[in-house]
Write a protein that binds this ligand. Structure first.
Ligand SMILES: Nc1ncnc2c1ncn2[C@@H]1O[C@H](COP(=O)(O)OP(=O)(O)OP(=O)(O)O)[C@@H](O)[C@H]1O
Ligand SMILES: [Mg+2]
Length: 361
């Protein structure tokens, strides 16, 4: 079987490539804003899914001679874990678990290094928790310690609606400095796919027509989201390998595209805990069994009990409820009442995708 994937890790979601074609200007402007004369700059970076926000900010801050504290609020999910993570990234040794958020912040502002704080997915956090204190605190650290060494805070988000949750004092300390990223065009996607393909695949494995086709599909069906381009590249290469092809053919790509779930890449899925994946699959099966496209909580609970046994987790109604809430917040399921739970993505594809993910890990 010919090997097409020379370095599969280079297509994984946590790999940050050395270059970001078509984002150089953005990276330079973020860098300039953060290292200018002004101290404690608050910057917002906005753009649609997979437009390179997180990667551009990481590239920009890497080039600065300051420490970067990175917080992904979709993963951290609470103020407490966010502040704990800030400390863990700043001080050596273990951080006591008995500190209050206020105590953690006071410790943090006293640390001597110059730093930039990146708060990624802040929209998800604000819209799901309604908690504005995190933004309030992080934009006013000088009030705790006038000498604190914060060069700036960068807030990254897709959806600007989160700012409506802030009161006028919070809005004013956030400021209005904004860098906006547009979705990638088809031509830009070709360059990105070419570059990422060259890094990960054997020479000759990705013909021009395949590259063009992937760019076209991502442009038309996936809103130019670069993450889909990478998922398609990776899964098509695996499929082509299994089929014994010596390069990725259009048929390989077509088959993979037909299986992809809109609004859910392998990276989105990786951010879910196992119990949340099982809860999502339970909803999908319960909805599939019903005619009307909705399921009741009891039906979801019944399919959850079966799946829990299959995947070796202890069924627990509270954890199911919590997991469903997270899935509602993330927009994967819709809960309109006890008898009206449904998924917001195509059910059959979702089941296939989740089954594959849950059984392969
Ligand atoms: N210009 C580019 N060149 C190469 N790879 C890119 C480029 N832009 C994005 N990518 C890759 O695409 C994936 C998505 O990019 P990134 O995570 O930066 O998007 P994002 O805008 O933060 O999306 P989200 O809103 O979903 O968080 C990453 O794996 C990244 O490496
Ligand atoms: Mg991101």
């Amino acid at each position: 079987m010919p090997k097409l994937l020379a370095q599969p890790k280079k297509l994984s979601s946590n790999y940050i490539p050395d270059k970001l074609p078509h984002r150089e200007k953005i990276i330079e402007s973020i860098k300039r804003l953060m290292i200018g004369d002004a101290y404690y700059v608050k910057l917002q970076v906005q753009g649609p899914a997979g437009s390179g926000k997180t990667s551009s900010v990481i590239h920009a801050t890497r080039r600065l001679p300051v420490k970067t504290i990175y917080l992904n609020m979709k993963i951290l999910r609470s103020q407490y874990t966010a502040y704990m993570s800030m400390l863990e990234q700043t001080i050596e040794g273990n951080v006591s678990r008995s500190l209050s958020p206020g105590e953690m912040l006071r410790l943090f502002v006293k640390t001597p290094q110059e730093k930039i704080i990146v708060v990624d997915e802040v929209d998800y956090y604000l819209l799901s928790t309604n908690d504005t204190t995190l933004v309030y605190d992080l934009t006013r650290l000088v009030e705790l310690e006038a000498e604190c060494k914060i060069r700036g805070v960068i807030f990254i988000y897709r959806n600007p609606e989160w700012r409506k949750k802030l009161d006028s004092a919070e809005k004013s300390s956030l400021g209005a400095l904004l860098v906006k990223l547009e979705r990638y065009t088809q031509e830009q996607l070709v360059d990105i796919i070419k570059y990422r393909g060259e890094e990960a695949l054997k020479p000759g494995a990705l013909p021009d027509y395949t590259m063009q086709y992937i760019a076209q599909v991502v442009d038309r069906e996936f809103n130019g989201d670069a993450r889909y381009a990478l998922d398609i590249l990776y899964f098509s290469a695996v499929l082509a390998e299994n089929r014994g092809h010596d390069r990725i053919e259009l048929d390989d790509v077509r088959e993979i595209v037909s299986q992809l779930v809109p609004q859910m890449t392998s990276e989105d899925l990786a951010a879910l805990q196992k119990i949340e994946k099982i809860a999502l699959l339970s909803v999908a099966y319960a909805v599939q069994r019903n005619e009307g496209g909705f399921a009741s909580f009891t039906e979801v609970y019944n399919s959850y009990k079966e799946l829990a046994e299959r995947f070796n987790v202890r069924p627990n109604i509270r954890s199911l409820e919590n997991a469903l809430q997270v899935l509602v917040d993330l927009g994967y399921i819709i809960d309109k009442g006890p008898k009206k739970i449904t998924v917001d993505v195509p059910v059959e594809k979702l089941i296939r995708f989740l089954e594959k993910q849950l059984t392969s890990h």
